[in-house]
Design a binder for this molecule. Structure first.
Ligand SMILES: Nc1ncnc2c1ncn2[C@@H]1O[C@H](COP(=O)(O)OP(=O)(O)O)[C@@H](O)[C@H]1O
Ligand SMILES: [Mg+2]
Length: 292
């Protein structure tokens, strides 16, 4: 019987709704383990699966080094090179360069740009509102939505991130999210499995979430054909071939067409409780990796 680790974090272990269905579907083969538990012998596992390492953002270098270390001892999925690429939203520019529709994103770099340059970026946006968020971020932490007339407040936000050495993304606020929500599509080994709708998360005049992640409103959803087509193309564009797990998060642009908000290849919620048999499909794909 193979021994499988489902990797979580101290704060996330009780919040990760995917762990119970996953542990059940693995039928005694898998246990939840904290990534930073020094007592763990990773070489004793046949397969180490990243699941809810949701505290990695302020510890990115430590987390990436940990991934490399574990991958030298056993099979870690998704693999470290992919995790390194995917933990920084600059990958959106890589996807856009391949002709994939992404949420239009302007990047401000520490040392190269100044917060005041936000003014020029915002002046060119077609939208009434915009979003500022760190390139390395998760759970909506440090992401904020602003009206054009709140430029000075937004500049202060950008400044805090840049001074902290963090790259910043500026995007138009795609307000179709307020009614249509966001669609997240889950793929295992490149095959579409299931999808959910996530309600809008950013409120005007509200500070960043104090929690590990902002509270989310999730329901099961069948993706439309244009969403499935785009997400399928995105998964096909992932460097190194289709990974064990991928989640593609889509919003709709002002003209109604879908575009990529996020591609999650590191520690995405996979929303198993919302679709019967979805955890089993993930487990089947994971077991196939052990036979390769
Ligand atoms: N450009 C945008 N337009 C509308 N909503 C956005 C935009 N960017 C982010 N959001 C909202 O903020 C949430 C978090 O942003 P996201 O890019 O998914 O970062 P992360 O989940 O990594 O923190 C999204 O789920 C969405 O509700
Ligand atoms: Mg997100």
């Amino acid at each position: 019987m193979p021994k499988i680790a489902l990797v979580t974090a101290t704060e996330a272990e009780t919040l990760d709704e995917d762990l119970p269905p996953l542990i059940a579907a693995f039928n005694g083969e898998a246990t939840a383990v904290r990534w930073d538990d020094p007592a763990v012998d990773w070489s004793s596992f046949d397969l180490v699966l990243l699941r809810s390492t949701w505290d990695y953002v302020p510890r990115l270098a430590e987390f990436l080094a940990w991934c490399e270390r574990v991958a030298a001892q056993t099979l870690l999925l998704n693999p470290p090179a992919l995790v390194r690429w995917n933990t920084d939203k600059h990958y959106l520019a890589d996807l856009a360069a391949q002709g994939l529709a992404t949420v239009p994103s302007h990047f401000l770099e520490p040392g190269r740009h100044r917060a005041a340059e936000l003014q020029g970026i915002v002046a060119q946006l077609a939208s009434e509102e915009f979003v500022v968020k760190p390139a390395v971020g998760a759970g909506s932490k440090d992401a904020q939505r602003y009206r054009r007339r709140q430029l000075q407040t937004a500049i202060r936000h950008v400044d805090v991130l840049l001074v902290d050495g963090r790259s910043v993304l500026v995007q138009p606020y795609l307000d179709q999210v307020d009614s249509a929500g966001e669609t997240a599509l889950m793929f295992f080994d490149g095959a579409f499995s299931h999808a959910i709708r996530k309600g809008p998360l950013l409120r005007l005049d509200e500070g960043p979430t104090e929690h590990l992640f902002a509270p989310e409103d999730i329901t099961a959803r069948t993706p439309s054909s244009d969403e499935l087509a785009l997400a399928t193309r995105v998964v096909a564009a992932i460097p190194g071939g289709a990974p064990l797990y991928a989640r593609v998060d889509l919003l709709r642009a002002a003209d109604g067409s879908p575009c990529v908000l996020e591609l999650e290849l590191t520690e995405p919620s996979l929303f198993f409780p919302y679709h019967a048999q979805s955890a089993e499909r993930y487990v089947d794909a994971a077991r196939r990796r052990l036979q390769r």
